[in-house]
Design a protein around this ligand. Structure first.
Ligand SMILES: Nc1ncnc2c1ncn2[C@@H]1O[C@H](COP(=O)(O)OP(=O)(O)OP(=O)(O)O)[C@@H](O)[C@H]1O
Ligand SMILES: [Mg+2]
Length: 257
């Protein structure tokens, strides 16, 4: 169980202010969606939450269960249960996918001692656990013997990010456009995989441009409109449909007025 709170967050990249006062609070088990125009700062927010060194917090705070995590490095944040599924996953040659998943899973389980997590002692047990999750996201077992993301197609990389989330079961997952580049069937499969993780008491924040993936989620508590470096409006699931129909201008104009 975990609570993430973002308070008046201002962030610079190369001296340019990109986030201009983001406020967001998530409760345990909640599912949030963030939608907004290209270049508005959604990925910047995601990177900042996971301590990307190029993003400088100039004002505000990020709290996990009431405590600031600003001083924590990326690996410390992930040991506290934060996870980021990248918009553009990186190919990591030389790092076997299955080895990576097992190592990450085990160190997270060690760090989150006290959470109700299965412990897999043997490689075989873990492989069995992986197999079930591979099926969920529609990747074949062959991928496990490849290097992380190396040569994966765009859609396969996206599925691999969601696979990581399903396998690791972090407390708070931020998924940056998990649906971009996915084929029609995969969008539904990925949404289902997300829903399964969210049902076990973990918070999920989905950044997306499309209402479609959101429709397949079993539960969606809040939809936030992100524009010009901040959240301008928050609503329920119906807001996603309205945005898809009417675009963002009306939100931006209202906020300016
Ligand atoms: N090094 C940099 N110098 C100046 N501006 C930058 C730099 N890096 C990123 N930006 C700008 O920051 C803004 C926010 O980018 P970000 O990737 O967060 O947008 P986004 O909301 O995720 O967009 P998309 O929906 O296209 O993924 C963009 O206008 C981008 O050009
Ligand atoms: Mg982005």
């Amino acid at each position: 169980m975990a609570e993430l709170e973002i308070r008046d967050l201002h962030v610079n990249r190369d001296g340019k202010e990109i986030l201009k006062g983001v406020n967001l609070k998530t409760g345990p088990g909640q599912v949030h969606a963030i939608m907004g125009p290209n270049g508005s700062g959604k990925s910047t927010l995601a990177y900042t939450l996971l301590a990307h060194p190029k993003y400088e917090v100039t004002q505000g705070d990020i709290l996990l269960d009431g405590e600031s995590i600003l001083e924590m490095t990326a690996d410390e944040r992930s040991r506290h249960g934060l996870f980021l599924g990248f918009q553009y996953p990186t190919e990591v040659s030389g790092v076997g996918f299955s080895h990576f998943l097992r190592t990450a899973y085990n160190s997270l389980s060690k760090a989150l001692e006290g959470d109700d997590r299965e412990v897999f002692i043997t490689v075989r047990e873990f492989q069995k656990y992986l197999r079930g999750n591979l099926e969920k996201v529609g990747l074949s077992e062959e991928f496990l013997s490849r290097y992380l993301n190396e040569g994966f197609s765009g859609g396969e990389k996206k599925r691999a990010e969601v696979l990581q989330m399903a396998v690791l079961r972090p407390r708070i997952s931020i998924l940056d456009e998990p649906d971009s580049g996915l084929d029609i069937d995969a969008v539904q499969a990925v949404a289902k995989a997300i829903s399964q993780v969210s049902s076990v008491d973990s918070t999920i924040v989905v950044i997306t441009h499309y209402a479609r993936i959101l429709k397949f989620l079993k539960k969606l508590d809040y939809v936030h409109v992100f524009a010009n470096g901040r959240i301008l409006r928050t609503g329920d699931a119906s807001l996603a449909d309205k945005l898809e129909r009417d675009g963002y201008d009306w939100v931006i104009e209202k906020a300016a007025a």
